[in-house]
Structures are given as structure tokens and as C-alpha cells.
Design a protein around this ligand. Sequence first.
Ligand SMILES: [Zn+2]
Length: 147
Amino acid sequence: MSKTGLTVVYCPVRGIPEVKQINRNDDIRGLIGGWMEAVRIEAEGEIYILLCDEEGKLKNSEPNFFMENDVIVGDIVILSSKGEEFASLTESDIEKVTRWIKRQRKAKFCTKCKEIFYNHPAISRRDGSGICPDCGVAEALEDFINR
Ligand SMILES: [Zn+2]
């Protein structure tokens, strides 16, 4: 890691993403509240590193957002990488990462087909839960056919 510090995006569970300047790996552990688990993410064609608490799920940390049929829990840090090293986010990276977080936070999990979706949810006729529009249509059809 460079001596001059790293520019990262920090995204707490209860809050909006903020740009932070960190100096040491310890700072990241402080922000995410545990040992680092690194997840590669793609935002607008660029690859970034999402760091979260390795034991977040064991600790029952609050969900932050859904991602590819998984849930990211706890406070997170996103930064760039150069080879094996962490690297700073540039201004355009920060914009991409912030937009990516905003989109992920709109992601919802359909309890019926177990897929992530981004549209407005449909209300299940079975249990009133929020389900994806496709499953909503499928339920409506089932009801129509079985009427
Ligand atoms: Zn569904």
C-alpha cells in the first residue's frame, strides 16, 4: 500500500456512500468492523474490490444490499486495485462506484424464483410478500387458469 493513503468509498449499512481517505489496512478493518473479505465487483465495465467483514454473516450483521443472488452485510469499503495492491479510486471511479451502490440498493430478492430484480415489486397473492414482476404475472395466470 502506498504511504500517501488511499481514496476509497465507504458505504455504511445505515447511510449513504462517502469518500474517505485512509492510510493503513487497519483503517479498513476499523471501517468494516472485522477482517477483510474481498469481493470483485464490476461497475460500468470497470473492476473494483469490495471489502466487507469476513464474519459479517456469522455476526448477523444487517444487510447492506443484494448482489448476484447473495447479500452483502455490514459496512463496506470499495477501492481499486493495481496488480495485487489496493489502489485509490479516481474521481470517475468514485462516480461509477456510487452509481453502482445506488443501483444495488434498489435490488430486491424474489422469494419465489430466488432471483434478484430491480423493478418495482409485485405483491404475492399467496403471502403478501414482495415478489418480482415475472412471478407476479405467473401467479395471476395460475389464479386465472385455476378459477
Ligand atoms: Zn420471481
